[in-house]
Design a protein around this ligand. Structure first.
Ligand code: 13P
Length: 253
């Protein structure tokens, strides 16, 4: 059975105090505890990691992730945060390859591969994001785009390391736009990703990897998306900033 996962990427939102209030609201909600089989991953900014991790460490189905880590081990990289540092603050997961990082911070496939390797070496699970932009979707080259994104990065891992990943499909045109992929579009891409994993790493690996959908996912559309056979949950941006919405999405399987 693949793990069902709902992860909340807060992006650059919430001051320290606001962030702690949001976590308190999530963990105090009785509804969040109705679905112990669903793993909830809270992915706040770096400054919240340690405190959020302290608040949630006794809750089995809530884990903490970071939004980024540097591609180097340590050293003179002013302003950067390493995989070892996020691990020491309680992060078990890290986003790698988010389209905002690719687009605004020019993260190349080579850098992303280094990040994945560093994270794995520190026992952190990368949530590796892929997704096409609107032009690629309209040109019907979206499958090829996503295949390339996988081929140039995580498809170079050993099968053992690849099996540790979570994949997130986030079509760029759906992120923060209010335009969600239809369940048909999401299922089509998730099934394609799984079939490419099957070709590269075999059936056992492809059947065990969780593939999350991200892009304007909300309490209204989550049920239909999560009902798709190859959609194992969601990577949630805007809706994860409201405790009630995040909890409702986590309860949408
Ligand atoms: P939205 O849910 O705000 O569209 O963001 C999705 C996302 O980028 C999560 O990583």
């Amino acid at each position: 059975m693949r793990k069902k996962i709902v992860a909340g990427n807060w992006k650059m939102n919430k001051t320290f105090e606001q962030g702690l209030n949001l976590v308190d609201e999530i963990i105090q909600s009785s509804a969040i505890h109705q679905t112990p089989e669903v793993l909830k991953i809270i992915i706040p900014p770096f400054i919240h990691l340690h405190s959020v991790s302290e608040k949630t460490k006794h809750i089995n189905d809530i884990e903490i992730g970071a939004q980024n880590c540097n591609n180097n081990e340590a050293g003179a990289f002013t302003g950067e945060i390493s995989a070892a540092m996020i691990a020491s603050c309680g992060a078990k997961y890290v986003l790698v390859g988010h389209s905002e990082r690719r687009q605004y911070y020019n993260e190349t496939e080579a850098i992303l591969t280094q990040k994945v390797n560093h994270a794995i070496s520190k026992d952190i699970t990368p949530i590796f994001c892929v997704g096409e932009n609107l032009t690629e979707r309209n040109n019907n080259t979206h499958l090829e785009t996503v295949k390339q994104q996988l081929k140039e990065t995580v498809f170079n891992l050993s099968v053992t390391d690849f099996s540790k990943l979570i994949i997130a499909y986030e079509p760029v045109w759906a992120i923060g736009t209010g335009v969600t992929a239809t369940s048909h579009q999401a299922q089509g891409m998730h099934n394609y990703i799984r079939s490419e994993i099957n070709k590269k790493f075999g059936k056992e690996t492809s059947e065990s990897i969780s593939i999350l959908y991200g892009g304007s996912c909300n309490p209204e559309n989550a049920k239909e998306l999560f009902a798709c056979i190859d959609v194992d949950g969601g990577l949630i941006g805007g809706a994860s900033l409201k405790a009630n919405d995040f909890v409702a999405i986590a309860n949408s399987f």
